[in-house]
Design a protein around this ligand. Structure first.
Ligand code: EPU
Length: 420
């Protein structure tokens, strides 16, 4: 297994190119299953998660080529069965279910199970499929969805924690090939849902309202080939912005969408970090001493749960008390005990973490537990005095394209080593 070895205390400077969005690319890749014609997707990040999704699509019968960030996928023939061995490795793979059901009128997909950040149920996905007329059976760890006919209807897809991103994506994909009009109320408004809708529209789907809580889909008989460029990864952009702030550096995020990052920019500004837009770029600079701020994660356009851990790493450096409340995933505080190993003072009180910031961090060996927790540990390591070894970085490779290479270009002293 590999680790990152980081010699901290070096301010980041320079420019970093933001990759295509992982969480937009994954459902868009799945959407190619809705047609037997070839689709071309550009600006796809080369990550273990996107490669893994490519493998799943191939296992379902699709021809997949991945070269220089461009995917060509053609699902001429398709089988509707996805095995546990594949699905359990990546919860995101559940978004193949919607397209399979839409095109084949049947899907048998293993239940993904929980993961380190929470239970990750799929009840809302299934509620949506059932509303469209599918019969759902759960047996032997698999969900079977079959439908003689899929018929559009109005449904409410809100749950305990608000809207669901992949649930909205899944139902929207099925509905493109259902008869009549489907209205999804309490739909997720995330930019990744908007990007998926853009791709589906390029394939001939009739969709309006994506990006708002009400999405309307008018079913069509068939979808066709399409080309699409994936949006920049707002979570990667936020991660680099926070790393620059944590190291008291100054960087330019090339090809970052400020309109996707409003809540993050707002909180960084409150913490005394300047974020300025120049065309498609964002310039990030710490203005002096960091200020403590309170942060609550919420569905878009609120503060993203995928940036909570990184923001916490930053706020350990801000004198005063910051309260960080996690409203999306119940167990997403795995980074807290690892940040404590670097000297951070954080207490967990129910869904909140109370960060008593301002003490300097010092390097230590730490263990990455999930993708975003790992990013938080890298940020803390970059800001800490001395050497930090972040172990199990395969988590990072799932969602950040060449993070070590990009950080080195910004002046960080970081290298990839074999874990000892
Ligand atoms: N939920 C339900 N029932 C459902 C589905 C979700 O109760 O049927 C709950 C979840 O337990 C959670 C909340 O609703 O409390 C939101 O979950 P959501 O369905 O929106 O999450 P997701 O679609 O499974 C995507 C991203 C996650 C990101 C979340 C929230 C992908 C591949 N994954 O997951 O990304 O945290 O949305 O924004 O798009 C990551 O990239 O590190 C990551 C975990």
């Amino acid at each position: 297994m590999e680790s990152f070895l980081i010699k901290g205390g070096v301010p980041l400077h320079g420019e970093v190119e933001i990759s295509g969005s992982k969480n937009a690319a994954l459902p868009i890749m799945a959407a190619t299953l809705l047609t037997d014609e070839p689709c071309i997707i550009r600006h796809v990040p080369d990550l273990s998660d996107t490669r893994f999704m490519a493998q799943i699509l191939a296992s379902l019968g699709a021809e997949v080529k991945f070269r220089n960030g461009t995917l060509t996928i053609r699902a001429r023939k398709l089988k509707g069965y996805a095995d546990y061995k594949l699905v359990r490795k990546m919860r995101g793979s559940i978004c193949i279910m919607g397209p399979l059901l839409g095109r084949l009128r049947q899907a048998r997909v293993s239940l993904p199970g929980g993961c380190i950040i929470g239970a990750r149920p799929i009840n809302l996905h299934l509620k949506g499929f059932a509303a469209l007329g599918a019969k759902i059976k759960i047996e032997g760890g698999y969900v079977d969805a079959t439908a003689k006919k899929l018929a559009g209807t109005t449904m409410f897809l809100g749950g305990r924690a608000g809207s669901t991103v992949l649930g909205t994506a899944n139902v929207m994909m099925t509905a493109t090939l259902a008869d009549g009009v489907t209205v999804i109320e309490s739909a997720a408004c995330e930019p990744e849902v908007v990007d998926l809708a853009a791709f589906l529209k390029a394939m001939g789907a009739k969709i309006s309202g994506a990006g708002s809580p009400t999405i309307t889909i008018t079913g069509v008989k068939k979808l066709h080939s399409a080309e699409h460029e994936v949006i920049p990864d707002r979570i990667e952009a936020a991660t680099f912005a926070i790393a620059a702030a944590a190291t008291d550096g100054e960087i330019t995020l090339k090809n970052a969408r400020a309109d996707h990052l409003r809540a993050v920019i707002d909180k960084l500004t409150e913490a005394n970090v300047s974020v300025k837009r120049h065309g498609d770029d964002l310039m990030v600079r710490r203005k002096g001493r960091l200020k403590s701020v309170d942060v609550t994660t919420l569905p878009h356009s609120g503060f993203p749960t995928d940036v909570q851990a990184q923001m916490m790493a930053l706020l350990t450096l801000a004198p005063g008390i910051s309260i960080i409340t996690e409203r999306i995933f119940e167990a997403r505080f795995m980074h807290v005990s690892e940040l404590a190993r670097l000297g951070a003072d954080i207490e967990i009180e129910g869904p909140s973490a109370i960060v008593k910031g301002g003490k300097p961090l010092s390097g230590a060996p730490v263990m990455a537990s999930d993708l975003r927790a790992s990013a938080a540990l890298v940020i803390a390591g970059l800001a800490a005095q001395g050497t930090t070894q972040v172990n199990r970085i395969y988590h990072l490779d799932r969602g950040y394209e060449q993070m070590d290479v990009k950080l080195r270009k910004l002046g960080a002293r970081i290298k990839r080593v074999e874990e000892k």
